[in-house]
Design a protein around this ligand. Structure first.
Ligand SMILES: *Cc1c(COP(=O)(O)O)cnc(C)c1O
Length: 393
């Protein structure tokens, strides 16, 4: 494989391993184990497995290895470890490198399950976690200490779409010797420059844009060879969060069209944000790629695009938001994102229901807030669907 290839070429070809049959489409190796030619060969492989030698699917598998190699190539990291879900990736990346007494600083606006891992799980094992407003660089400066081991953030916060200055936070963290872990779902691998901007570890829920067709759960942890093979792999392979070969195959197929899908979704999201700006039924239309977004300049320098997600604050609170949701025809009410199908979510009553009213207020999750994941349908149809439904709000 060539390092000079651009992303779209890598998404189709990078990491392919062909069997003796020369298949065009990647093979699914639905096998949990591998046969050795001799007892000596088994012994040798357990001492050190070569790049194309496998032992047990929890440790690695040829189809999973193709997915890992392709992801590392497009993200620009030395290595990758594929996991059973995005949360297996987030919890594995953190737990594998932390121990009692360590200090973590995290942005407060997080995906609900990430918040659970940091707030409820890690602290139970004696890890100290400090939460900050991720957009406030002074808050990061005040919170990161000489003994801080990890800084954790989502580059674009779910669901309010605030953008964190990754380059600046990385400088603050690295000055104290802390590692920067980024949950990069909203940026997508297409628009991510996380490694260049200072991230040491990048995590994706592959359930989202990478599959992009709502079929499977999956995740991936990307980082240096040393971190992936010496820290993450031993932890994941012994605790059981590895990816299944069937999932890896679905995701390899997803990667082939990732760039085409995500760029089309982002183009429609921008058109939709323009159609919704100043709409009388909305208190706010939030899209980081719209010039009216408070962090538009930062977004464009960080990702060159506003991504595939929009947030709308419907005037009239929950009742108006529900009337809007129920009037949508193309856009489906669900809670995945990054899918080919456009999806609308009411965070206050679903994904962020567990939070107190006070926590929701701090995070900007108002009763009228709708999170819209823009799909690959015709852009004009989507604009008409959303504007039509707003008429009912
Ligand atoms: C969906 C999501 C996850 C969890 O991924 P799963 O594949 O559902 O386990 C983690 N972080 C972010 C930002 C997400 O959007």
């Amino acid at each position: 494989m060539s390092t000079s290839w651009k992303t779209r070429t890598k998404l189709v070809h990078e990491g392919s391993r062909r069997s003796q049959y020369g298949e065009v489409s990647e093979a699914i190796f639905l096998t949990q184990g591998f046969v050795y030619d001799s007892a000596e060969a088994a012994e040798a492989r357990f001492i050190e497995a070569g790049d194309d030698e496998f032992i047990y699917a929890r440790y690695g598998n040829p189809t999973v290895a193709m997915f890992e190699d392709r992801m590392a190539a497009i993200e620009g990291t030395e290595d990758a470890f594929a996991t059973a879900s995005g949360m297996a990736a987030v919890s594995g990346a953190l737990t594998s490198m932390l121990k009692a007494g360590d200090h973590v600083v995290s942005a407060r606006a997080l995906f609900g399950s990430c918040l659970y891992v940091l707030e409820e799980v890690l602290t139970r094992y004696g890890v100290e976690v400090t939460f900050v407003d991720g957009t406030d660089l002074d808050a990061w400066r005040a919170a990161v200490r000489d003994d801080t081991k990890v800084v954790f953030l989502e580059t674009i916060a779910n669901p309010t779409l605030e953008v964190i200055d990754l380059r600046a936070v990385s400088e603050i963290a690295h000055a104290k010797g802390a590692k920067v872990l980024v949950d990069n779902v909203f940026a997508t691998p297409v628009f991510s420059n996380a490694v260049e901007q200072g991230a040491d570890v990048v995590i994706y829920s592959a359930t989202k844009h990478i599959d992009g067709q709502g079929r499977t759960l999956g995740g991936v942890i990307l980082g240096s060879k040393d971190y992936i093979r010496k820290t993450v792999e031993p932890y994941m392979k012994h605790t059981g969060g590895s990816m299944s070969p069937f999932t890896a195959w679905v995701l390899l197929k997803g990667l082939e069209t990732l760039d085409l899908r995500v760029r089309a979704q982002a183009a429609t999201a921008l058109a939709l944000s323009q159609a919704l700006a100043e709409h009388p039924k909305l208190l706010r239309a939030i899209y980081p790629g719209h010039p009216g977004h408070a962090q538009h300049a930062l977004t464009m320098s960080e990702m060159g695009s506003g991504g595939t997600m929009i947030a709308l604050d419907v005037a009239g609170g929950k009742e108006a938001a529900f009337r809007f949701l129920n009037a949508l025809e193309i856009v489906k009410i669900s809670n995945n994102l990054g899918d080919a199908k456009s999806i609308a979510t009411h965070p206050a009553t679903t994904t962020h229901q567990r939070l107190s009213d006070e926590q929701r207020t701090v995070l900007g999750i108002t009763p009228g807030l709708i999170r819209l994941s823009v799909g690959i349908e015709d852009g004009d149809d989507l604009v008409a669907d959303v504007l039509g439904a707003l008429g009912h709000a």
